[in-house]
Design a protein around this ligand. Structure first.
Ligand SMILES: [Zn+2]
Length: 293
């Protein structure tokens, strides 16, 4: 499942081809993903200019002229593919022109939304498990939309501050792992990067959130921002390496220090511990019982 760095990588991959461009053509090839598409979605997207491409938590927000924003969630398996302009050697699928006949054949089943910009760049949204989401909502007051009202601060831009996180965790009698997964505390954090940030800041995932000293919470806040930024940088390099010509955005191989590394030596310098897996609130947590206190 894409976490914040993957979503941010997708946003950064789409930004140069969409921001400021007009959507010359839009096609929807089914009626729904997780929920039905907005009525007449393709018609309502056609002709609109993309003013900005933003992200809030794990949602991509495409602000359009006319005062509406396309909200996109990648769900479990959603992905965008960009076919650059000039890739005209390809194949047609319906009235959508793919870069290669293979792309057209492979896309036939799961490319649900297709966009073409006024520059001739083509963008396909593919989601084989269909847990993704697309909504078209008024831009004004979007932060009050039920998806966004009550979300905590973003962990990046500006970087999460120790003081802010200390305030958010104050008095919380839940394990820090669960507190960080709560989207009302910090928006967009998921299972993988919470494990990584707790390890980087040497905090035991079972420790009660409200009992961690402010200097350690500050270290944790820095670790949250740092692990996300490193993952985005890794995604960004993947983007540069592989964006052309297939242009599939947002999925890349990470090197995790503790996530999914049960039984391996702890990567903390000088630590002789072994990474352990426990289950907290139904989710796997990976940590080192020796150096995480
Ligand atoms: Zn350790």
């Amino acid at each position: 499942m894409p976490e914040l760095p993957e979503v941010e990588t997708v946003r950064r991959g789409l930004q140069p081809v969409l921001e400021g461009r007009r959507i010359a053509k839009a096609v929807t090839r089914r009626a729904d993903l997780r929920v039905p598409f907005p009525p007449k979605l393709a018609e309502r997207l056609t002709g609109r200019r993309v003013l900005a491409l933003r992200r809030r938590a794990k949602y991509i927000l495409m602000d359009l002229d006319g005062g509406e924003t396309l909200i996109v969630h990648l769900g479990m398996s959603g992905r965008f593919t960009v076919y650059p302009k000039g890739s005209n050697e390809g194949a047609m699928l319906g009235d959508f022109h793919y870069a290669t006949p293979e792309a057209a054949a492979g896309a036939a089943k799961h490319d649900h939304v297709l966009l073409e910009t006024d520059e001739g760049v083509r963008i396909a949204f593919n989601d084989h498990r269909r847990f993704g989401l697309m909504l078209l909502e008024p831009t004004e007051g979007l932060e009050q939309h039920k998806l966004f009202a009550g979300l905590g601060p973003e962990p990046l831009d500006p970087p999460l501050q120790g003081k802010v996180l200390t305030g958010l965790l104050a008095g919380k009698a839940t394990p820090i792992k669960a507190a960080l997964l709560d989207q009302r505390v910090v928006a967009g954090l998921g299972n993988i990067y919470v494990s990584e940030a707790l390890h980087a800041s040497h905090i035991n995932p079972k420790r009660m959130a409200g009992s961690i000293s402010p200097p350690r919470v500050t270290a944790l806040a820095h670790a949250v921002t740092s692990v996300l930024e490193k993952a985005i940088a890794a995604g960004g390099s993947t983007l540069r390496d592989h964006a052309q010509p297939s242009g599939e955005l947002g999925y890349f191989q990470h090197h995790f220090r503790v996530y999914d590394r049960e039984g391996t030596p702890c990567p903390t310098r000088g630590c002789k511990g072994t990474i352990k897996r426990i289950v907290q609130a139904g989710r796997s947590t990976f940590y080192c019982p020796v150096c995480q206190r």
